[in-house]
Design a protein around this ligand. Structure first.
Ligand code: GLN
Ligand code: ZN
Length: 762
């Protein structure tokens, strides 16, 4: 009989009690014993829930005190020297030191977990001597068994993935590192086997990316070593986020089970199984319930898929599971009392997904009528939302269909626009500007809260925002910036702000997911056709412009960023959602232009992170992402200057796409990958306006004038001085007032020097 399995469960808890406990502990508000007790209670509650729902394989050791990659590093004693760790089980002070930094030592780097919005701590292997400090999976297994009688399934990140995600070693040291790490894995697994553990889930998501022949050899030798050492242990080699590359090599590995993603890797994995079959001696973990999306599954369709799979794997060798860990979805829809019933009924967060898994597993075992009735209920809920007005905005659908077939283009090529804009604006060489936001002080946040709570009326709040704008327009003029901004004081978040003003969005009360450490985000839900309802930013921008004779840039968040930072509907392609957003935002661009705003910035910091994992899909994505940006911005007059901004990522390998967006000016973050970005401009001249961030806004440090002139000089070796702008790396929202003003003064000073030094070249 088929069984159900979960790959991981959210840590944060229904009330984000996990986050609260961590932060209370860091702030010294609770002692370690109390903290430990709290976390245990949270952990056991989560296990109990899965037990009560009837999940057969319940994950243990998926829980974490911060991040599961950091846990793995800590388990092997891989702690950078600067934290003065002295061996043995890693104390919490050291563990959190690595994650968050200490007075004397900078935190380890944090980066995105594949193509998700979860961030892990990058292990630093350099000069570490790995040893097993503590068998964490064993501790977790024992706890579940003793406290709840659960026969848990320990989850561990596999050696190849762990190594590939680590830094601080060269390619030639790969084998040496495996020789150190694999024996530790063997030791962990042996102890688990001795304890009587039946199944272990070893996560190797790296297997959905392309591996070299050498790495494939390493992969098989790792798993041969492991299975030879612990032949009695059932290993589920788990992959997710895409279909596997090298299916044929992977199914040959001597493990007991292979877990595949049939949601995000649906086509590829199904094609592989159909073409190449599935080994008769293995179990297939069929990831059919979406671990990343928030929608109910059509259980009838999922059952069909499972039945299709039984042609290749007998039902007793099938495990019905989530496509990946449920870490990426919120905990439960139960609290979402403010959503419409139609929408709420169509949602399934982690807890609801547990129910779906159990139901599907039962349905696979028997086709009694009762179960079939249950299954079709999900179709009814999906249908109801499908037929709602929100999903049937015919005018939007027609407009977007028309846009999809056109090639959006500005009325004039860049060279002509540039001339016309120069003539209109008369900007000096190396114009200075900022990215949009100014410090959101505690006072600004308090004002917003007072207004949200109804303590302040609309006029009071609007007046407060105008006062902030006044202050900052004066400051910017006094500092001597050339292109000003209004400061974004009315916005909490660059996506939420627009979502609240557009049709087609909903906001959950509790739909939190972990982003990194204790930081959780509550993404908006795009559930219907997106439509423009009315002006969103015109009032504040127009007001700011009325206070100065210098140009004020309008400030919008771009379609791709809004989409990538939201949960989106899964009934239409993402490309269509992007075009709907673009069509709505275009109307705001036009409204700004109508209101006399001559420079408009459309931020797209999240373009890069939507890049598909599969190389062969990347060009397609970039093409429609570029198109969405162009739809948003192409209808303005030639003298209207379109800006964009990008950050958070390395852009050096997508300069062509950035150029294809055809923005008159881009401001781009460079401090984190200065060398690489500059290098790519050596290879390919950038032909549009560009401002390289001359200082890193992520730290309160005030950069010196010399530092910034250095940055400018270096950039000007490869960029056209006539097209060069000077600006900070990103928005200044998180910075304090004094350091911001001081840094901007230095930036303007550095610009003056650069103007003198380079005047001859222009
Ligand atoms: N305009 C936004 C700001 O200045 C851009 C933020 C971002 O790039 N993430 O805050
Ligand atoms: Zn930015």
């Amino acid at each position: 009989m088929a069984k159900s399995s979960v790959l991981g469960y959210p840590r944060i808890g229904v009330d984000r009690e996990w986050k609260k406990a961590l932060e209370a502990f860091w702030a010294g508000k609770i002692e370690e014993t109390e903290f430990q007790a709290k976390l245990q209670e949270i952990r056991l509650t989560h296990l109990r829930k899965q037990q009560e729902k009837g999940i057969d394989f319940i994950p243990v050791n998926d829980f974490s005190y911060y991040d599961h990659i950091l846990d793995t590093a800590a388990m092997f004693g891989i702690i950078p020297k600067r934290f003065s760790y002295e061996g043995g089980p890693v104390p919490l002070s050291v563990y959190y030191g690595v994650a968050r930094g200490t007075k004397g030592a900078a935190a380890s780097e944090m980066t995105k977990w594949f193509n998700t919005n979860y961030h892990y701590i990058v292990p630093e292997l350099a000069d570490a001597s790995p040893v097993l400090t503590e068998n964490k999976p064993l501790t977790a297994y024992r706890e579940a068994k003793e406290k709840l009688g659960i026969e848990g399934k320990p989850v561990i990140v596999g050696p190849l993935t762990f190594l590939k995600l680590s830094k601080g070693y060269s390619a030639s040291e790969t084998d040496a590192w495996l020789e150190r790490l694999v024996p530790l894995y063997v030791q962990v697994l042996q102890e688990l086997a001795e304890e009587g553990v039946q199944w272990v889930q070893i996560d190797e998501p790296i297997l959905v990316t392309k591996l070299s022949q050498e790495d494939l050899q390493r992969l098989s030798s790792i798993y041969e070593t492991i299975t030879a050492a612990v032949p009695s242990l059932n290993i589920m080699l788990q992959t997710y986020f895409e279909s596997v590359e090298h299916y044929n090599d992977i199914v040959k590995l001597p493990v007991k089970g292979i877990g595949l993603d049939f949601v995000h890797g649906y086509t590829g994995n199904l094609i592989a199984i159909k073409a190449l079959g599935f080994p008769a001696d293995k179990v297939l973990g069929a990831g059919v319930i979406d671990g990343r999306g928030i929608w109910k599954a059509s259980l009838r369709e999922k059952l069909e898929l499972l039945n299709e799979l039984t042609e290749f794997v007998s039902a007793d060798r099938l495990i019905v599971q989530s496509s990946c860990s449920l870490l990426h979805v919120p905990v439960t829809t139960e609290r979402e009392t403010k959503l419409t019933t139609e929408l709420r009924n169509a949602l399934a967060f982690a807890d609801e997904k547990l129910g779906e898994l159990v139901l599907l597993t039962k349905a696979l075992a028997s086709d009694t009528e009762g179960i079939i009735d249950e299954l079709v209920k999900s179709d009814a809920a999906i249908q109801a939302l499908q037929q709602s007005e929100e999903r049937n905005r015919v005018n939007i659908q027609q407009a977007v269909a028309a846009l999809s077939t056109q090639q959006p283009e500005r009325s004039h090529p860049f060279a002509e626009r540039h001339q016309a804009q120069q003539a209109k604006w008369q900007l000096p060489i190396f114009p200075t500007t900022t990215i949009g936001s100014f410090p959101q002080s505690a006072e600004v946040r308090k004002a917003r809260q007072s207004w949200r709570k109804g303590e302040w009326n609309n006029e009071q709040y609007a007046q407060y925002i105008r006062d902030q704008i006044d202050t900052w327009i004066d400051l910017q003029e006094e500092i001597g910036l050339d292109v000003l901004v209004h400061g974004e004081f009315e916005r909490t978040d660059m996506v939420e702000f627009f979502g609240e003003k557009l049709a087609g969005f909903a906001f959950t009360q509790n739909g939190w997911v972990q982003s990194y450490g204790s930081r959780c985000v509550k993404p908006p839900v795009i559930f219907g056709d997106v439509a423009f309802k009315g002006e969103m930013t015109v009032e504040e921008t127009k007001y700011a412009q009325s206070k100065t004779s210098r140009p004020v840039k309008g400030m919008l968040t771009g379609p791709i960023t809004i989409m990538n930072w939201s949960f989106v509907r899964d009934d239409i392609p993402r490309e269509q959602i992007a075009y709907q957003l673009a069509y709505a935002l275009r109307q705001e661009v036009e409204a700004l232009e109508q209101a006399g705003i001559g420079m408009i910035q459309v931020d797209e910091p999240a373009v890069r992170e939507g890049l598909p994992l599969k190389e062969e899909e990347q060009a397609g994505y970039l093409a429609w992402a570029v198109k969405a940006f162009r739809i948003t911005t192409c209808t303005v007059q030639e003298t209207t200057q379109i800006h964009t901004h990008m950050c958070y990522c390395e852009f050096h390998d997508m300069i062509d796409s950035i150029e294809a967006m055809d923005a008159d000016v881009i401001s781009i973050e460079t401090s984190r990958s200065h060398g690489e970005l500059i290098h790519s401009f050596e290879l390919n001249t950038y032909k549009l306006g560009i401002g390289l961030g001359v200082y890193d806004i992520h730290s309160p440090r005030v950069p010196s004038v010399e530092e910034m002139t250095g940055m400018i000089d270096r950039a000007l070796r490869v960029l056209d001085a006539r097209l060069f702008w000077i600006n900070p790396d990103c928005g200044l929202k998180t910075r304090g007032l004094e350091e911001t003003v001081a840094s901007l003064r230095n930036m303007v000073e550095a610009t003056k020097i650069a103007r003198e030094n380079h005047a001859a070249t222009v």
